[in-house]
Design a protein around this ligand. Structure first.
Ligand code: PAF
Length: 301
């Protein structure tokens, strides 16, 4: 197990990245908010497999939390995270303070992506995606990485980051990585730590709803409304879930679609106790041909 270098300042990152470039290494960036789980280590593993210098940022970004959200309560475990990055083969950890990242909060400069940020999670969390786009733009400017890795679990975030990187001409290519799931299908998330035992038992209902929607498409259904009805039917069978949305959208633009064709995002969000859970699958539909991208189950079923 290697020991990753732990740095806290932008200038230390720039030095480490310049040294790696002099050694001829490509720069790989895995942006995280810490509390690392198997989903994160799979991103680091993919970065490692791509070769070069693997950097992980750990920063609970205040800009992306609403005033009534869980910024203060968000799990923080730098020691555990350093060990996880070491096991996954990371070379550098950047764990800045809020002051290192922002002159002032709210920051005067914001990166805002229109349209893609408005529906789904954007509707429930005003300002959230501006906060994400701003911090990811900063990380892209700091690291000037060749590639950066994001989980498919945050499908809308992925679409926002892709568009931001393209629109602002960052050199960094955005790499999407599959959702990693617990043995019962629950998508891994740092926020799963908020769940009580009973809530944890109810949580896989999100994934069951998504699978039921995929089954309909396999059976020939092409109406988005029929999928939404099925999603709600399964989600509402679990009384602990407070459903926020159950939607069928274009996977790239996050726009509504008239028929299920091409790359289609099926996405759900629900509150469960203290946690807000999101999950999705992507359907690739071409005529009768249906390919379901649902991520990877980590444990044994
Ligand atoms: O997905 C996350 O953990 C965060 O939104 C990110 C991309 C690290 C930005 O703070």
């Amino acid at each position: 197990v290697n020991t990753p270098e732990l740095v806290h300042t932008v200038s230390a990152v720039r030095d480490a990245v310049a040294a790696a470039r002099r050694r001829g290494q490509a720069i790989r960036l895995v942006p995280t908010m810490g509390a690392l789980h198997a989903g994160h280590t799979s991103l680091i593993g993919r970065a490692r497999a791509d070769g070069g210098f693997v950097a992980v940022s750990i920063f609970v970004n205040p800009l992306q939390f609403g005033p009534s959200e869980d910024f203060a309560a968000y799990p923080r475990d730098l020691e555990g995270d350093v060990a996880a990055v070491a096991r996954a083969g990371g070379d550098l950890i950047f764990a800045p303070s809020v002051e290192e990242m922002y002159e002032a909060i709210p920051s005067l400069t914001r990166v805002s992506v229109a349209e893609i940020t408005e529906p789904l999670c954007g509707a429930a969390r005003p300002g959230h995606f501006d906060g994400v786009a701003t911090v990811v733009a900063k990380l892209f400017a700091i690291f000037e990485a060749d590639t950066a890795y994001f989980g498919q679990k945050d499908a809308q975030q992925l679409a926002v980051v892709r568009r931001m990187a393209q629109d602002l001409s960052f050199r960094t290519a955005v790499v999407a990585c599959p959702t990693i799931r617990e043995a019962d299908g629950l998508a891994m998330s740092s926020r799963n730590a908020y769940l009580t035992a009973q809530e944890r038992a109810a949580a896989p209902t999100l994934y069951r709803a998504l699978r039921a929607a995929a089954d309909l498409v396999h059976a020939g259904e092409r109406e988005p409304a029929a999928l939404r009805v099925k999603l709600m039917e399964v989600l509402s069978s679990e009384p602990r879930l407070d459903v926020e949305y159950a939607e069928v959208r274009d996977a790239g633009t996050i726009e509504r679609i008239g028929t299920i064709d091409g790359d289609v995002l099926v996405a759900v969000a629900a509150r469960l106790g203290r946690a807000r859970l999101i999950d999705n699958i992507v359907l690739h539909v071409h005529g009768d041909d249906v390919d379901v991208e649902a991520g990877e189950i980590k444990g044994d079923l």
